[in-house]
Design a protein around this ligand. Structure first.
Ligand SMILES: Nc1ncnc2c1ncn2[C@@H]1O[C@H](COP(=O)(O)OP(=O)(O)OP(=O)(O)O)[C@@H](O)[C@H]1O
Ligand SMILES: Cc1ncc(CO)c(N)n1
Length: 268
C-alpha cells in the first residue's frame, strides 16, 4: 500500500487540518500518517485557542515516521511558526522526501490567523524551496507573488512568478474569491486550467486541506501532477455535493461520501 504523511495542525471539530487530511488520504486509498505541529481548539465558527508543539517534539515525530514507514508523498498544512517551519524543511531535506505538497495555510475559512506574521517569510524561504507543488488560494497567492489578483490573467502571472522564484509547480485556487471553482496549475511553464462546477454549498470548512491531501494521495499512488489535481478536484466536488450541514458556521464536508458497504450502514 502506498503511504502519505501530513504535517499539519489538529482541528478539534474534525473538518480541517490533520483530521481532514487523514480522512482524505484514507478515502483516496493510501495509508495515512501524521506529524502534529499544533493543537487548535476550533469549531465551525472559529478558533479559540492554539497550542504549538515544541520544535524538538515535531522533529521527533518526523524522525519516527521517516525511519520506519517512508511516505510516498508529504503534505504540509498549518505550520504556525518560524522554528517549526525550519525543522520541517530540514527534515524533508535530510530524508530526501518526495512528492511534497505545500498548502501555504495562513488564515482559516472562519477568519482566524494560523501562522505568525513573521513566519510567512520563513515559509517562502524554507518550505517553498523544497515543495514539489504549492497550493495557494487567491489571498495567499497575492502575498507570495507580491501582487493583487483580480482576473484569470492575474492568476497565471502570479502562479508563474511564484513557480519561477521557488522552482516548484503552483496550483492557484480561484474557488474562494474570483471565479467558479476554476483552479490554475503552472507546472514548469505549462499551464492547465481545472474548471470545476461551483457547488452551491456554504459548508467549505477544510476545503484547502482536503484538496492538498487528495493531490498528495494521488501523487503517492504514482499519478502525474495534472492527473492528481484532476482526481483531487473530482473527490472534493463529490464531498461538497453531499451537502452535509453540521455546526453553526461554515461546516465540514462529507469526506466519506464514497463509502458504501457494511461498515458505513446506520441503524434501521
Ligand atoms: N463551492 C465550491 N464548489 C466547488 N468547488 C469548490 C467550492 N469552494 C471551493 N472549491 C474548490 O475547493 C478547492 C479548495 O479551494 P479553496 O479556495 O476553498 O481553498 P482554501 O481557501 O485554501 O481553503 P481553506 O479555507 O480550507 O483554507 C479548490 O479546488 C476550489 O476550486
Ligand atoms: C488546524 C487547521 N489547519 C488548517 C485550516 C485551514 O482551513 C484550519 N482551519 N485548521
Amino acid at each position: 500500500m502506498k503511504t502519505a504523511l501530513t504535517i499539519a495542525g489538529s482541528d478539534s471539530c474534525g473538518g480541517a487540518g490533520i483530521q481532514a487530511d487523514i480522512k482524505t488520504m484514507t478515502m483516496n486509498g493510501v495509508y495515512a500518517m501524521s506529524a502534529v505541529t499544533a493543537l487548535t481548539a476550533q469549531n465551525t465558527t472559529g478558533v479559540t485557542g492554539i497550542m504549538e508543539v515544541t520544535p524538538e517534539f515535531l522533529a521527533m515525530q518526523l524522525d519516527a515516521v521517516f525511519t520506519d514507514i517512508r511516505p510516498d508523498a508529504v503534505k504540509t498544512g498549518m505550520v504556525s511558526s518560524d522554528k517549526l517551519i525550519r525543522i520541517i524543511a530540514e527534515k524533508l531535506r535530510q530524508y530526501k522526501a518526495e512528492n511534497i505538497v505545500v498548502d501555504p495555510v495562513m488564515v482559516a475559512t472562519s477568519g482566524s490567523r494560523l501562522i505568525a506574521e513573521e513566519a510567512v517569510e520563513t515559509l517562502r524561504l524554507e518550505l517553498l524551496l523544497v515543495a514539489s507543488v504549492v497550493t495557494p488560494n487567491i489571498p495567499e497567492a497575492e502575498i507570495l507573488a507580491d501582487m493583487s489578483i483580480t482576473s484569470d490573467k492575474d492568476m497565471i502571472t502570479a502562479a508563474e512568478t511564484i513557480g519561477r522564484k521557488y522552482g516548484c509547480a503552483v496550483l492557484c485556487k480561484g474557488g474562494h474569491s474570483l471565479n467558479d471553482a476554476n483552479d490554475l496549475l503552472w507546472n514548469n511553464g505549462n499551464i492547465t486550467w481545472f474548471r470545476g462546477k461551483r457547488i452551491d454549498n456554504p459548508n467549505t470548512h477544510g476545503t484547502g486541506c482536503t484538496l492538498s491531501s487528495a493531490i498528495a494521495s494521488n501523487l503517492a499512488k504514482g499519478f502525474g501532477l495534472e492527473k492528481s489535481v484532476e482526481r483531487a478536484k473530482e473527490y472534493i466536488s463529490g464531498a461538497l455535493a453531499e451537502m452535509l450541514d453540521l455546526g453553526k458556521g461554515s461546516g465540514p464536508m462529507a469526506h466519506a461520501f464514497a463509502l458504501t458497504g457494511e461498515f458505513s450502514k446506520t441503524a434501521e
